[in-house]
Write a protein that binds this ligand. Structure first.
Ligand SMILES: Nc1ncnc2c1ncn2[C@@H]1O[C@H](COP(=O)(O)OP(=O)(O)OP(=O)(O)O)[C@@H](O)[C@H]1O
Length: 631
């Protein structure tokens, strides 16, 4: 793989089209990912929130060490704030400031316990249930729903009332509050997980062979972090408030001091009637300010976790110059002409050894009214061949591609037929009988797939490097880190994306670049077959042309075979060696592309050809050179 020449990219990449810059300037180096990527942009809201939360947190942590005994009774009785007693004293002469320090610590302990436990419970029941599905999900859902319909506060009062006073420590109260407060969050997390589970990048990770726990922790969890973080924040404040409510009713933690118990004693001591504001206002203010601080931080959580929402800092000095260079426009018209004629672009018409044989394949969707989506399909893919699969929407192209790769899911079912992969090493693999683990190892390593709408198959919160690296760590766990990095750079270089972009997040790339990254990802393990399902549909024709030209060139250089699926038959005429035309699940015409171009035999093929504006010129000229020569 190392003797490969870089590709000349198309115009959509901006400057770094002709492979990596030999002397990348600082502004074009990969952006730091990892911890640095988690540093949010400062905003007044975030700063105020942090000051409030950290201030109160530190007061709760260290305050009790600095004040006297909050329970020490003094005969002086109730006094207003003074130099000796900053927040005055209670009816029995106890120091309110000392009480406040201890009570803040007690309440924060309970809030934190409730926050952690409730978030964990909701994550387990919501995320795991939503991702695993089936009976587990149904069981978890039922349990969450039952917990949800039980009225929280009365249940807490009953449970707290039943726990003997001597056992009602702060952790018991925390436990009771957590158990009664996680269900609503679990439902939200489940709904979100169900939606994420079907996203392209999660499907792509599954197909790339990532294990279940890894898909959940790497692909799904980072996208749920904003939700989890805000649920954590609100569980803390809800815990503090609920505990205050319980204490106020005399059902709070026994033997410990919290802001709730302070309010309870202030109420019993007729603080309001005696106008002793210093007794009840401080605990109320601490609760309000802490909640306010958490809410302000919560506003910034999305931005901390979602790289898309971060406002980039303007570059300084050299970096600014480098960026100007990076965005310098590249003449689109000239790009094709400047591309050196690749040695391998001459179309190879010779018969090739087969790499994939599909024989009499039938796929049926077992729905109320079964759909026979693939009917007796037989095709042979030659080693290094580009086979175009054309057909209108609904003709069964995607179903066929999924069935070849065993990606079809119920209600789809392979009713009969065979799919045989002829390995480069000599052996034949019957794909329809492979076990799960064999299939996991086979996919991506020998046959990879670029999905429909591939540009959306990248996880938005993970850098390109991490996403490419994931495939390598999954399939080649022993590969050293430096080699993995080098391989990621190599494949990006091959598809004409500057390797300096490895540190970028998907939203920082153009649609064409994301598409190229997906093709690079499909090439990572040097597969023998790549199935591309409408990989360029969402792109404009110029970008499309650049990508198609590169697919041809890469195929010529690396020798993989391609099944290219699209409804765009003229495009296939440009690209493919052979073309299979599908209609209503059947292959109605299967021939050399030249033959279909010159003499389409089936009326449906002719109809498909007529439904697109003519590209004119020699077949393949438009994609390869951008020229349209008259016939
Ligand atoms: N989950 C499903 N349940 C029932 N029928 C389905 C399901 N998915 C697809 N089909 C049917 O199978 C047939 C083939 O669909 P398929 O998606 O393979 O077509 P396609 O040629 O790839 O279309 P497109 O180009 O629009 O993606 C269609 O008639 C479709 O309605």
């Amino acid at each position: 793989m190392t003797n490969l020449s870089p590709l000349t990219g198309s115009a959509d990449e901006g400057a770094p089209l002709a492979g990596p810059d030999p002397d990348p300037s600082p502004g074009r180096r990969p952006r730091a990912s990892g911890m640095r990527a988690l540093v949010p942009t400062w905003s007044p809201k975030l700063a105020t929130g942090l000051v409030l939360v950290l201030g109160i947190g530190l007061f709760g942590l260290f305050g009790p060490m600095l004040v006297g005994d909050p329970n020490a009774i003094d005969s002086m009785g109730m006094t207003s704030p003074s130099g000796d007693f900053w927040l005055g004293t209670t009816q029995t002469g106890q120091d309110v400031f000392a009480q406040l320090a201890h009570a803040t610590r007690g309440s924060l302990q309970i809030g934190l316990l409730v926050g952690v436990l409730a978030t964990l419970l909701s994550a387990v029941f919501g995320i795991i249930g939503g991702y695993v599905g089936g009976a587990i999900d149904e069981g978890f859902s039922l349990f969450s729903n039952v917990m949800l319909v039980i009225p929280g506060l009365p249940l807490v009062i009953v449970i707290a009332g039943f726990v003997p006073v001597q056992d009602r420590g702060w952790w018991t109260i925390g436990l009771v509050l957590a158990i009664t407060s996680w269900a609503a969050s679990a439902r939200v997390l489940r709904a979100q997980t169900l939606s994420l589970r079907n996203r392209d990048y999660v499907a792509a990770a599954r197909v790339a062979g990532e294990k279940r726990w890894r898909v959940v922790s790497v692909e799904i969890l980072p996208n749920l972090l904003p939700l989890l973080a805000s649920q954590f924040v609100f569980a803390i404040i809800a815990g503090i408030l609920a505990e205050a409510g319980l204490s106020f009713l005399g059902l709070g933690a026994s033997g410990s001091q919290t802001l709730g118990t302070m309010l309870y004693f202030a109420q019993n001591g007729f603080a309001l009637q005696n106008e002793a504001w210093w007794w009840f206002v401080p605990p109320g203010a601490v609760i309000a300010l802490f909640g306010c601080g958490l809410a302000l931080i919560n506003f910034s959580i999305d931005e901390i976790i979602n790289p898309k929402l971060r406002v980039p800092k303007p570059p300084k000095g050299d970096a600014a110059e480098a960026i100007e260079v990076a965005v310098a426009p590249v003449p689109i018209e000239g790009a094709a002409a400047e591309a050196p004629a690749a040695p391998g672009v001459v179309r190879v018409e010779k018969r090739r050894d087969a790499v994939l044989t599909v024989k009499d394949l039938n796929v049926v969707y077992r729905t109320a009214q079964p759909v026979h989506a693939v009917k007796d399909v037989s095709i042979t893919l030659g080693r290094g061949e580009i086979l175009g699969l054309a057909g209108e929407s609904g003709s069964g192209k995607t179903t066929l591609a999924y069935a070849i790769n065993r990606l079809h899911r119920p209600p789809a079912e392979v009713a009969s037929g065979s799919v045989t992969f002829h390995d480069r090493d000599g052996g034949d693999l019957d794909l329809l009988t492979l076990g799960d683990e064999e299939l996991r190892r086979f996919r991506w390593a020998k046959l990879s797939m670029v999905f429909q709408g591939a540009m959306n198959s990248l996880n938005p919160v993970i850098t390109i490097n991490e996403q490419l690296d994931d495939v390598l760590t999954t399939h080649r766990p022993d590969m050293p880190r430096a080699e993995r990095r080098a391989r990621c750079e190599e494949v990006l270089h091959l598809v004409g994306v500057d390797p300096a972009r490895l540190g970028s997040f998907p939203h920082e790339l153009s649609g064409g670049m994301r598409q190229r990254v997906m093709i690079a990802m499909a090439m990572l393990l040097d597969p023998q077959v790549m199935i591309m399902d409408e990989p360029t549909t969402a792109l404009d024709v110029v970008v499309q042309r650049g990508i198609l030209r590169e697919i041809i060139r890469l195929r010529d250089e690396l020798g993989f075979a391609v099944v290219f699926i699209t409804h765009d038959l003229p495009m296939l005429l440009e690209l493919s060696d052979r073309i299979a035309v599908m209609r209503a699940g059947e292959i109605v015409e299967y021939a050399e592309a030249d033959q279909i171009y010159d003499n389409p035999t089936h009326p449906y093929t002719r109809q498909l050809l007529e439904s697109f504006p003519s590209l004119t010129g020699e077949r393949g000229a438009f994609i390869r050179t951008g020229e349209r020569t008259p016939r």
